[in-house]
Design a protein around this ligand. Sequence first.
Ligand SMILES: Cc1cc2nc3c(=O)[nH]c(=O)nc-3n(C[C@H](O)[C@H](O)[C@H](O)COP(=O)(O)OP(=O)(O)OC[C@H]3O[C@@H](n4cnc5c(N)ncnc54)[C@H](O)[C@@H]3O)c2cc1C
Length: 466
Amino acid sequence: MSRAQNILIVGAGPAGTRAAELLAARGLKPVVVDEASASGGQIYRRQPVGFRRSAKLRYGFEAAKAEALHQSFDNFRDRMDYRPNTGVWSIEGNVAFTFGPEGVGRIPFTALLLCTGGVDRVLPIPGWTLPGAYTLGGSQIALKAQGCAIGKRTAFIGSGPLLYLVAYQYAHAGAKVAAVLDTAGLSDALPVMPYLLAGGKTLLKGLWYQNWIRLNGLCLKRGVRPIAIEGDVRVSGLRYRTAFGRERRVECDAVAFGWGVKPECQLAELAGCDMRYDEMARQWLPESDTEGRSSMTGVYLAGDGAGVMGADAAEYRGELAALAFLADVGEAVDDSRREILKSRLRRLQRFRVALERALPYPEDWAASLPDETIVCRCEGVTAGDIRQSQSLETEEINRAKAFTRVGMGRCQGRMCGIAATEILAREKGIPLAEIGRLRGQAPVKPLHVGVSGKAARNDPERASSI
Ligand SMILES: Cc1cc2nc3c(=O)[nH]c(=O)nc-3n(C[C@H](O)[C@H](O)[C@H](O)COP(=O)(O)OP(=O)(O)OC[C@H]3O[C@@H](n4cnc5c(N)ncnc54)[C@H](O)[C@@H]3O)c2cc1C
């Protein structure tokens, strides 16, 4: 590789921002694309043009960090080729295929930094497709970006840092919180408390949210299990089982649910990166070294898209991947800076491991999901359909896809893939790693008909993959 590169960065969240500003500062002019209308990513998502809520109101404790990151990006904006509202829907060889305000396009690159972040890990529960049921991340986007609540009285259920954070943000903003129901129990957290200390301020903030919820008299229960989101035409309640096995119902017109975040790694897969099964994440992730180099020369990975570690880690990993690229093309880089970043990441990784144990995946979820529950919304595939496919000697999730159409719809398995593999592995009684993963397929994000038609006309030989 040489310095004269077409460098493409996908994603302008914390990871993409730090990578882009470093490369821009070195006089390289990276192309930065993001399907969002402004930089900031998930955590530091900006509000729509014309909205005037203060940073404090939108980001709480993270206001100063959000403003600093936005400012950094804006300072370097004229030294990069920034393309907002531009999504990458496929990568083939050294070309990224995009959709955006100008329609479809292609961006040839010689170096690629994938900073695509994550999305909610969706574990379906009965009733989750009712209007009024949102993921935790979706309910936060409504509040953070547009100042809206998803209902008049919202119940929060699931586990992971977003559960307490979003419930706190709703209550703090004046929305009614019907209950905060954590599937993790205190007994999960207590043994790992000493390791959680590695989280420093992040741990303190998490404890603050939980205490605030309690002190403000909101219903907070741990060790629960969801039974069903109920309602005829939209959500009217949530039934769950307490840690003591009693059935309870909470009245609400909206439910926010979720179990953590999962990396968006389809583009890495399409770019040819080797994937490996990660026991802690319970899924396949693109391989990378400690500085973000993937198995493909010239392809670098940073931020939550390479494995969820949170926003601070995303900033460090973005900078580190850009430094790795510079080192690889023979530029002078500050080795002490690289060591500082790697040491910070090691600390955050210890925290991350402890957090996963304190707020674990609900191991009994796949077995307890009723057959009739929809798992793949796009194709209407139920848990029962996936379970039955195992009698067809399906040992691998892509075979189950062929039999049931799970993951064959618009989201291409981004939403249902995790749940489907968990159900099939449980039904077959074999380790999750052996079930495989739904292979990344283009288009990784839904394209509307006009765009895909135009893409096919411009590029007939690729039409079959759209
Ligand atoms: C919905 C949601 C809400 C969250 N809220 C919080 C929070 O309040 N507090 C907190 O501490 N953590 C939160 N997290 C976690 C936190 O956002 C991440 O740890 C952090 O933002 C990771 O930074 P990143 O740069 O890796 O990715 P992100 O911030 O996710 O940025 C990735 C960017 O890539 C873009 N992108 C992805 N795919 C494509 C594509 N194919 N084409 C073009 N652009 C693409 C996205 O639009 C996005 O802007 C949240 C996560 C999610 C999913």
